[in-house]
Design a protein around this ligand. Structure first.
Ligand SMILES: [Zn+2]
Length: 169
């Protein structure tokens, strides 16, 4: 239950059981106000030898912890465009072709429920990395010596990426 006021007309909402869930309901509009997960992206970035480029978070949630680069999809963006923008903002790299990897969910977190679309990207070893918005470091790690990622779904994406890689060997 998230909306105290209707986002169409501003009327105070009431709780109403609809389709087996207690939902915010606007009596004026006669509409339930649905809540949905927020779409975001994350990218498994690896270099030619298969080292992973991870970022240390400079903001909550998980400040100071490691994760995949990524962030929320903005209005007017496709998931691919969001991934390209986030890579530019967080790593300072300008690369246009992230490949779809997997989809996952983070339920009931800092921002509520988040839907995460995972991408992969292979980059050249000599590409200059400049850590930017929301991150304090960007570092290559071998698979064996990488830190744990603060988000479960990012770990899942890494596991999918590793399994795909094994299958292609
Ligand atoms: Zn309304």
């Amino acid at each position: 239950m998230k909306y105290r006021y209707c986002y169409h007309c501003g009327t105070r909402t009431v709780g109403k059981q609809i389709d087996g869930r207690l939902r915010d309901f606007c009596k004026n509009c006669q509409l339930p106000l649905y809540e949905n997960p927020i779409p975001s992206v994350a990218v498994v970035v690896a270099n030619q030898p298969g080292e992973l480029l991870l970022v240390r978070r400079g903001v909550e949630p998980g400040i100071g912890e490691w994760c995949l680069p990524g962030g929320f999809i903005e209005i007017g963006e496709t998931p691919q465009e969001a991934a390209v923008r986030e890579l530019k903002e967080e790593l300072g790299i300008d690369i246009q072709n992230p490949q779809l990897l997997d989809v996952g969910s983070h339920i009931n977190g800092y921002y509520g429920d988040v839907l995460i679309i995972g991408f992969t990207l292979q980059i050249d070893d000599n590409l200059k990395i400049i850590p930017g918005d929301d991150v304090t470091e960007a570092v290559y790690f071998s698979i064996e010596n990488r830190p744990d990622l603060v988000f479960r779904v990012h770990e899942d994406f890494l596991n999918t990426w590793l399994a795909n890689r094994k299958n292609n060997e």
